[in-house]
Design a protein around this ligand. Structure first.
Ligand code: UDP
Ligand code: MG
Length: 313
């Protein structure tokens, strides 16, 4: 039984050795307890620091360590996909390099899958301790909104740390879409998932790669990728404004018939025009967002480009 650990790394030269140490410890334990063999696949996502050097060094020390190095930064989602493609394991786990996803949970997760009932053991954090409160608030709102809009359930607090059976990995690999929102993809493919809760752990070294703007774009990506409800909202806004305009017309006509036609009121007209064109632009923007995603999708660009792997350059 081979277990693949996929670790996307962007500027993680400090965390990687710590991760490797902890993961090897758990791997040694699981070799005795479950007879499991391991491979560690580090995905160097176009890092600017010594991540690739560390990956080469670890591979030289330990042949279980494999790596894929991208030609530039393609993002964590591309890293996960590359890892899933490279993985040879019967069971595959995706986890962060910063030890926010504790490898110590792996034995329990594997037990769940070996039971035969589940194809996936996933994790979620129960607290957002150590995170700016404003970010937590926006995150909570995001999960509320996306779950209202999308048929695919996006679990609040779910991390990308999960252990999957080969069956599920193949299902995820069959979704070769360019705009990848993993939280949605993992949920979309289905399969029975058991959730493991744990408290948020702060990263061991290095800094987070997310800023507010990045998270905002990521959330739009998720909504556009897994729901077409915003298009309905745009259409709904159109209908609403038509009704308002119709009532307005009736009002103006009746008033003119009853009281004559005082030619005042152009300021209100300007306001109405501004409002309506604002709503129009907003709706065109929503449509444009879907069009942009479609455009990127039909180009069929590769999800990532490899510069080097442990097998050579
Ligand atoms: N990561 C990546 N490519 C990126 C950004 C992040 O591979 O463009 C990796 C990063 O190295 C880490 C994981 O994704 O292993 C999660 O990133 P981070 O810890 O910064 O996110 P957070 O835990 O703060 O949500
Ligand atoms: Mg992290």
């Amino acid at each position: 039984m081979l277990i693949s650990l996929i670790v996307p790394c962007y500027n993680e030269e400090e965390s990687m050795p710590l991760f490797y140490k902890e993961a090897s410890r758990v791997a040694a334990e699981m070799k005795t307890s479950h007879g499991a063999e391991f491979e560690f696949i580090f995905i160097d996502d176009g890092s600017r620091d010594g991540t690739l050097r560390v990956a080469r060094e670890l591979h030289a020390q330990d042949p279980r360590v494999r790596y894929v190095s991208f030609s530039r930064n393609f993002g964590k989602e591309a890293g996960i996909y590359a890892g899933l493609q490279a993985a040879k394991g019967d069971y595959v786990a995706t986890m962060d390099a910063d030890l926010q996803d504790p490898p110590a949970l792996l034995p329990a997760m594997l037990d769940t899958l070996l039971g035969g009932e589940y194809d996936c053991a996933a994790t979620r954090r129960t607290t957002r301790k150590g995170e700016p409160p404003l970010r937590s608030w926006f995150a909570k709102k995001f999960y509320q909104i996306i779950n209202k809009m999308s048929d695919t359930e996006i679990v609040d607090g779910a991390r990308d740390f999960r252990l999957m059976s080969r069956k599920m990995v193949n299902a995820v690999l069959s979704m070769a879409e360019y705009n990848r929102f993993s939280k949605g993809i993992f949920s979309w493919v289905g399969f029975k998932t058991k959730w493991f809760d744990y408290e948020n752990i702060e990263r061991v070294a290095g800094t987070t790669k997310w800023n507010f703007w990045g998270l905002f774009k990521y959330s739009i990506e998720g909504i556009v990728g897994f729901s077409t409800t915003p298009l309905l909202v745009a259409a709904g806004a159109g209908v609403l404004f038509c009704i308002l305009a119709f009532i307005g017309i009736l009002f103006v006509v009746i008033r003119a018939l009853a009281f004559g036609d005082p030619t005042s009121g152009w300021p209100s007209l300007v306001c109405i025009m501004l409002l309506c064109s604002g709503v129009q632009l907003f709706c065109i923007g929503i449509v444009g967002e879907y069009l942009a995603k479609t455009y990127l999708e039909v180009k069929h660009r590769p999800i990532y480009i490899v510069a080097e792997t442990e097998e050579g350059r």
